[in-house]
Design a binder for this molecule. Structure first.
Ligand code: IMP
Ligand code: MG
Length: 185
């Protein structure tokens, strides 16, 4: 295997979850989703952009008829002046009504984004709506929402890699790493 070259002076970052751990857990999640699908087709809806690598691996482990589409949301929940509101940057074009929908997220943090997206999708009457999140940070939850499929429950670290970013960087790291922003002075 080719060794990764340092991307920044702070790289390599400490690994929280290795690519092997992620791979094994994704296969387990896919098995659970497959069992619950009971042979019915699935509409897999990814939340851009953080979920795309998880979605790509998860979907390839589903021996079920699948179609894909994507939504994008921006949460203002992290700003200190925030009302915790969400802005839908891109809606899905897919026909939702009467479909079995799996909403795929990278990380469930405050829950503000998923809470908004689930309410939004329920208005379009899916037959079922289930949420698969790779990571869950329950200690930061502000909305009482739980995912149906959770890869890993993690402590309150800011993580990057396997699709997740810090200021659009590090999405391509194959492992999930802990990122501690450098102090600005
Ligand atoms: P929530 O609305 O607070 O649950 O935030 C959900 C979104 O915030 C996730 O889909 C991620 O895009 C982003 N996010 C939350 N925590 C992290 C993190 O540790 N690393 C990277 N992105 C994160
Ligand atoms: Mg996200």
């Amino acid at each position: 295997m080719t060794e990764l070259k340092p991307l920044t002076p702070t790289f390599p970052l400490p690994v929280l979850l290795s690519r092997d751990q992620i791979h094994n857990r994704v296969q387990e999640l896919a098995a659970a989703i497959t069992k619950d699908a009971a042979g019915e087709p699935l509409l897999v809806l990814g939340v851009l952009k953080g979920s795309i690598i998880f979605l790509a691996d998860l979907a390839r482990a589903l021996p079920v008829e699948c179609s894909f589409d994507f939504l994008a949301a921006a949460s203002y929940g992290r700003s200190i002046h925030s009302s915790g509101s969400v802005h839908l940057k891109k809606d899905t074009d897919a026909e939702i009504a009467d479909k079995h929908v799996i909403l795929v997220e990278d990380i469930l943090d405050t829950g503000i984004t998923l809470n908004y997206l689930c309410k939004h999708l329920h208005l379009r009457h899916p037959r079922t709506l289930r949420v698969a999140t790779l990571l869950d940070k329950p200690s930061r939850r502000r909305e009482p929402i739980a995912a149906d499929y959770v890869g890993f429950t993690i402590p309150d670290h800011f993580v990057v890699g396997y699709g997740m970013d810090y200021a659009e960087r590090f999405r391509n790291l194959p492992d999930i790493c802990i990122y501690t922003p450098e102090p600005t002075s």
